[in-house]
Design a protein around this ligand. Structure first.
Ligand code: NAP
Ligand code: GDD
Length: 323
């Protein structure tokens, strides 16, 4: 039986990855930070099958203890301050978690279990003000937010530990991926939650920022499979994971409202509060390397993703209404 240690287990990706690894018969450990109220929404159904270890990415000693205790074959570093918008309000904390936190974890692995296969959650936000389109593994980075800058550091320190210490450390450069378990402040979930509330008469409008931004959106359940595949290869390498399609926020809004028979123009209000100091206008990934070398491919397309998320939010509010 293989053993995996996942940071960020309570998040969107952590929950899908834990599901996948449990299906594959892994023993799964998850790093859980202390919170004043329980935060198990995404992993409620898996809680009894995961062994939680208390710790924080900014507390190096807790990571050493976690690796010593779990003795993992594979480590997936999914924890981060992951909301780009918030990274302007908390730039230092974002750097401490999303950048230096990676070094804390790599050091713990190097000292306690250097033969680990290590996965770092890198991001298409690193491409920022894109130098070329589509973006691939060799495209230079130009981050546009404190979050993007922190991810660039996390990416390069992973490459550096691979080259300095011959560690099996990989970085997955993942483009946006969404699901019904997506945090509510991210634009896709904010839209589908808003559509469900408007449809059920619980809200009258949906306030959004830049509707022209373009993203390459996939389904999180498909993307965690790529993480696992990267750690099963003979040699550690970095991969872009994307759909190869890009859509505007406006297109997402249009499909989501149409799915419940409404016209978005009657409900969406543009609010400068949700505009960013520097924007990433266009992301479009080229997943050819992952398709060829990992045999990875997406199963859920853009329209299916939007509809899946709207349906899930509708069901949630209908359930709540019934009590
Ligand atoms: P998410 O839902 O925001 O989850 C983030 C996780 O990190 C949560 O479990 C959170 O715990 C944990 N965390 C935050 N600060 C921590 C700290 N100081 N110590 C320990 N844990 C901490 O993010 P996600 O969408 O699943 O993304 C997973 C990873 O992939 C992140 O690194 C993200 O930056 C990266 N990424 C995401 C995407 C995407 O489109 N989703 C694309 C590219 C890269 P709490 O529950 O306690 O807050
Ligand atoms: N959050 C949010 N809220 N975004 C809005 C809104 C709004 O009301 N209105 C428009 N947008 C636009 C943002 O300006 C951005 O261009 C786009 O919608 C997507 O925003 P988010 O959903 O917040 O995601 P992100 O692309 O900034 O970052 C996500 O993807 C990255 C990968 O490229 C996060 O998951 C990151 O952690 C991840 O690395």
């Amino acid at each position: 039986m293989k053993t995996a240690f996942i940071t960020g287990i309570t998040g969107q990706d952590g929950s899908y990855l834990a599901e996948l690894l449990l299906q594959k018969n892994y023993k799964v450990y998850g790093l859980k930070r202390r919170t004043s109220t329980p935060n198990f929404e995404n992993i409620q159904h898996l809680k009894d099958d995961i062994e939680f270890i208390s710790g924080d990415l900014t507390d190096a000693s807790s990571l050493v203890t976690a690796i010593r205790h779990s003795k993992p074959d594979e480590v997936y570093n999914l924890a981060a301050q992951s909301f780009v918008g918030e990274s302007w309000s908390q730039p230092i904390l974002t750097g401490e978690i999303t950048a230096l936190g990676v070094t804390n974890l790599l050091e713990a692995v190097r000292r306690e279990k250097p033969d680990v296969h290590f996965y770092q959650a890198s991001s298409s936000e690193m491409f920022g003000k894109v130098i070329e389109t589509p973006q691939k593994e060799t495209t230079p980075f130009y981050p546009r937010s404190p979050y993007g800058a922190a991810k660039v550091y996390g990416h390069w320190i992973t490459v550096n530990y691979r080259e300095s210490y011959d560690m099996f450390a990989c970085s997955g450069i993942l483009f946006n991926h969404e699901s019904p378990r997506r945090g509510i402040e991210f634009v896709t979930r904010k839209i589908t939650d808003g559509v469900a509330k408007i449809k059920l008469g619980l809200e009258k409008e949906l306030r959004l920022g830049n509707l022209e931004a373009k993203r390459d959106w996939g389904f999180a359940g498909d993307y965690v499979e790529a993480m696992w595949l990267m750690l099963q290869q003979e040699h550690p390498e970095d991969f872009v994971i994307a759909t190869g399609e890009t859509h505007t926020v406006k297109e997402f809004v249009d499909i989501a409202f149409k799915h419940v028979g409404l016209d978005w123009k009657e409900f969406v209000v543009q609010d400068p509060k949700f505009m960013r100091p520097a924007e990433v206008d266009l992301l479009l990934g080229d997943p050819s390397k992952a398709k060829k070398r990992l045999g990875w491919k997406q199963k859920v397309d853009f329209e299916q993703l939007v509809k899946m998320m709207v349906e899930s939010d509708l069901e949630k509010y209908i359930r709540e209404r019934k009590g």
